[in-house]
Design a protein around this ligand. Structure first.
Ligand SMILES: Nc1nc2c(ncn2[C@@H]2O[C@H](COP(=O)(O)OP(=O)(O)OP(=O)(O)O)[C@@H](O)[C@H]2O)c(=O)[nH]1
Ligand SMILES: [Mg+2]
Length: 243
């Protein structure tokens, strides 16, 4: 974050949602700090500001734990994009997106863009276990070769087709015509916060896609200010209210 800039107006908001432990915070760390580091389960939420060309994008990390569920719709208010994140080794984490998280996006912008993201892809595919696979395309036709030092391969519980089906469901839930929306192919990602695989590609594709939303908002003259000197971390008390 540039030291010289005391305050910045976020032009647009991107929110990361998903069950606990799917790797939301790790994805944000990977993108913003270029590393995979230890995390503790998020309390409430926290945001990061990203400068994208002349625009400022706030990216909101949210808590997946059920006790913070009530806060989700508050974080989604006015969002231009929502990243619905699951863990490719955990079927339930995909189901939770539909059962628990989708309704939280009711407060997002009417033209909100949705990305479906299957994280922890390194656990199911040795081709993306290397440390420098950021953004690389893995050739699905190549055989998976397990090298003796690779971590064990886990069963992939969620296929890309499952993710695409969820994307269609999201569009139906929003009352949108599939043909008029961004194609599932473009909006379903598999990532690894651990190796960096596809992480830049995810965030940067979304940033490009929300640009029209920024221009629209600017033309409507909306604004809000965030003080970047005291990065905000919203904590909650036991009752789940902001403290
Ligand atoms: N192998 C692997 N582990 C990951 C990956 N991303 C996250 N993890 C691990 O998964 C655990 C949870 O990661 P977090 O980023 O804290 O998950 P979260 O979704 O932010 O969880 P909450 O804050 O509780 O909602 C940690 O032990 C991470 O190290 C990944 O891409 N690959
Ligand atoms: Mg977290």
């Amino acid at each position: 974050m540039p030291q010289a800039t005391r305050t910045k107006k976020p032009d647009v908001k991107v929110v990361i949602l998903g069950d606990m432990n799917v790797g939301k915070t790790s994805l944000l760390h990977r993108y913003t700090e270029r590393k995979f580091k230890d995390t503790i389960s998020t309390v409430g939420g926290a945001f990061f500001m990203k400068q994208w060309g002349p625009y400022n994008i706030s990216i909101w990390d949210t808590a997946g734990r059920e006790q913070f569920h009530g806060l989700g719709s508050m974080y989604c208010r006015g969002a231009a994009a929502v990243i619905l994140t699951y863990d490719v080794t955990n079927w339930q984490s995909l189901a939770e997106l539909e059962n628990r998280f989708l309704s939280l996006t009711d407060t997002a912008n009417a033209d909100c863009i949705f990305a479906i993201v299957g994280n922890k892809a390194d656990l199911t595919d040795t081709r993306i276990q290397g440390p420098d696979t950021d953004g690389e395309q893995v050739d699905e036709r190549q055989p998976v070769v397990t090298c003796p030092t690779s971590p064990a391969i886990l069963h992939k519980q969620v296929s890309r087709e499952d993710a695409i089906a969820l994307y269609s469901h999201v569009l139906r839930y929003k009352g949108l015509e599939e043909k008029a929306c961004l194609p599932a192919d473009k909006m379903c990602f598999e990532t690894s916060a651990k190796t960096g695989y596809n992480v830049d590609s995810l965030f940067e594709s979304l940033f490009d896609l929300v640009l029209p939303s920024i221009l629209k908002k600017r033309s409507e003259g909306e604004s809000s200010t965030v003080d970047l000197e005291s990065p905000m971390e919203v904590k909650t008390n036991k009752a789940g209210c902001c403290s």
